[in-house]
Design a binder for this molecule. Structure first.
Ligand SMILES: [Zn+2]
Length: 343
């Protein structure tokens, strides 16, 4: 699924429950569902930073504010709204139309919907919060911070709120680098998987977009490689603890087999659309066009992953980090993918 509010880069998402599997010894512990000890909201930090990127745990503030009746409005104003005002005032207030703008561009609007959302959706919010806490999300955040520190990427300044929102539709994305959100109550996403794999996936997109600079337009193959890079990065990020199929939209092993079984045909039938810049073509919208009706998940993510994988195997010593600053056309040309596949 593609979000609609990302003019600078495409941000894409998926759902499902992650089951981590270990194929080699990890260099450091990664949080898994095997560790049952839950944290509490109070134990969570209200934000954490990865280089110049800040993640706000807005949901923590929203839940704590609603522990009292009436709600602690000041906490909403200070810790949800004003702390990350551009997200609400410039992104949500614009993206959801003039009729809804008042919800996001005033203190009273923000207070009102936060009160109403908790009153009306309390069960949903409580259960998502319980799920997040059961995932040892504080450990996971630490893992992300430390892992990115180790990887030493140049992380552009960016701000992300993890928040409950009264309207959903952005998912995990935003209108600008200082206006990112992950909508925790967006029904299309699986919270546990998104917090674990979605964060590094999206951060790679931010790094990649920062390194390549603004582009006038994207060809379908550019978006394909763009997603392939982010998926490959996630696989690499977990240092062998996540199978490739899980790193690509959390596919199953049999999903992956489907693609391998049809790889030549997929390439042959999709190649004619590589240069399309309309965004409306069978490569980017296999579901809509039905070219491969039985293909699981998103076809072009998988194809992008294979092209990236092919490039890296053709260039020993090159890393996914090196590719984050390489033009997509160069990655395709150097991948040798067609030659390996068809000859
Ligand atoms: Zn993506």
């Amino acid at each position: 699924m593609q979000t609609n509010f990302t003019p600078t880069l495409p941000l894409l998402f998926w759902g499902g429950i992650l089951v981590a599997s270990c194929s080699q010894e990890p260099a450091e512990p990664v949080p898994t569902e095997a560790a049952p000890q839950a944290t509490t909201l109070e134990q969570l930090p209200d934000s954490f930073a990865i280089g110049q990127l800040t993640v706000y745990n807005a949901f923590r503030e929203q839940m704590l504010a609603n522990r009292t009746v009436p709600m602690d409005s000041q906490r909403i104003v200070d810790n949800v709204y004003r702390r990350h005002q551009p997200l609400w005032k410039e992104c949500y207030a614009m993206a959801f139309g003039p009729d809804n703008a008042h919800l996001f561009n005033t203190d009273t609007g923000m207070i009102h919907w936060n009160e109403r959302l908790y009153r009306d959706e309390r069960r949903v919010l409580d259960s998502i919060t319980t799920l997040i806490l059961s995932q040892q999300v504080d450990t996971m955040f630490n893992y992300h911070v430390n892992r990115f520190k180790t990887l030493d990427y140049i992380m552009p300044a960016a701000r992300i709120s993890l928040a409950f929102t009264p309207l959903t539709g952005i998912g995990f994305g935003g209108c600008a680098n200082d206006q990112f959100v992950y909508e925790l109550n967006n029904p299309e996403f699986d919270v546990a998987y998104m917090l674990k794999a979605g964060i590094p996936h999206e951060l790679y997109h931010i790094v990649n977009a920062g390194a390549l600079g603004e582009a006038e337009e994207f060809r379908a193959i550019d978006l394909t490689i763009n997603e392939g890079l982010a998926c490959y990065f996630v696989w690499d990020y977990f240092q062998g603890r996540m199978p490739k199929h899980e790193a690509v939209e959390e596919m199953s092993a049999s999903d992956w087999s489907y693609y391998l079984d049809h790889e030549q045909e997929i390439y042959r039938r999709m190649k004619p659309y590589f240069d399309d810049t309309t965004g409306d073509n069978p490569l980017l919208d296999n579901e809509g066009y039905g070219t491969f009706p039985n293909a699981p998940r998103t076809l072009y993510y998988w194809l992008g992953f294979r092209i990236v994988e092919s490039y890296l195997s053709a260039h020993p010593g090159t890393t996914i980090k090196d590719l984050s600053a390489m033009p997509y056309a160069e990655i395709l040309a150097g991948s040798n993918y067609e030659e390996q596949l068809l000859h």
